[in-house]
Design a protein around this ligand. Sequence first.
Ligand SMILES: Nc1nc2c(ncn2[C@@H]2O[C@H](COP(=O)(O)OP(=O)(O)OP(=O)(O)O)[C@@H](O)[C@H]2O)c(=O)[nH]1
Ligand SMILES: [Mg+2]
Ligand SMILES: [Zn+2]
Length: 298
Amino acid sequence: MAEGIVVERAGQKLTVLVPEEGKTYRGIPLGKVRKKEKIFAGDRVEGRVVDNSTFAIERVLERKNLLIRPPIANVDRVVIVSTLKNPPFNNFLLDNLLVVYDHIGLEQVIVFNKVDLLEGEEKEELKRWKDIYSNAGYRVIETSTQTKEGIRELKETLTEGTTIFAGSSGVGKSSLISEITGVDLKTGEISKKSERGKHTTREVRLIPFERGFIGDAPGFSRVEALNFMDKEEVRLHFPEFLKYSCKFTDCLHLEEEGCQVREAVIRGEIPCVRYKSYLKMIKEFVPWLAEVPACKEE
Ligand SMILES: Nc1nc2c(ncn2[C@@H]2O[C@H](COP(=O)(O)OP(=O)(O)OP(=O)(O)O)[C@@H](O)[C@H]2O)c(=O)[nH]1
Ligand SMILES: [Mg+2]
Ligand SMILES: [Zn+2]
């Protein structure tokens, strides 16, 4: 028996890397495996090298996790890529992704790419966002594939395990992965018509990098936290809320008596934009927010 890792799935076609040989094969699941389950990129498999180009998959090892979009198994970390400009920043998408990936249990890195495009005021705005997320406890890196700023720092965080890149179409996920791994991935201008990259990534593929893998995947612009978890769970994935102990342990931080999160929003300790994302995610409204001065100007 040999062990392999599925590094690509394009339609029914599986590519299996056998690390011991440093060689890839076309993976063919045996009948009993095919009947039992679908196989995904990232799957650890056992089987036999049949000939120079074929690996017969006899067993799929138990998965640590399985993401739906992109469909990749055994993911350790996600790099969520945003831009302030080209395309414009969508903080609600970022906040949803942070909640969903934390729920799945992935380590998270926030990247602001294309910082070379920013000038004056825009740089100030980037700093404001960066502070909001780093103060909440996230790792935040600014990058540019043009000036190479931040690329080394990003590389150093991805040397182990399987990492995927997520975020809107056109933010530069494929460009960053090409820069990091040296593998040329198709990238493209954002087309005005579809607002998607012209060479939008379509297939799911894991690229070996140092002691792990990096996965490129198509961009997406909508994710809803409530499709992944109950309304009551969302608050647990806002790290800046967790510092506060409300009167009731099941406090949803809306209008409950003794809510310390509400007090922190009023004092300006919790950024309004983050609290507003929370409300929007759980589809709630609170009248007191209109009275908070710091929340009005946005
Ligand atoms: N100015 C600037 N442009 C960049 C940077 N990184 C990527 N781009 C450009 O942004 C466009 C989109 O990049 P892609 O890498 O295709 O974006 P993507 O996130 O993979 O897009 P999808 O595959 O559609 O999800 C390309 O024209 C890149 O050359 C950067 O740091 N600065
Ligand atoms: Mg891409
Ligand atoms: Zn509360």
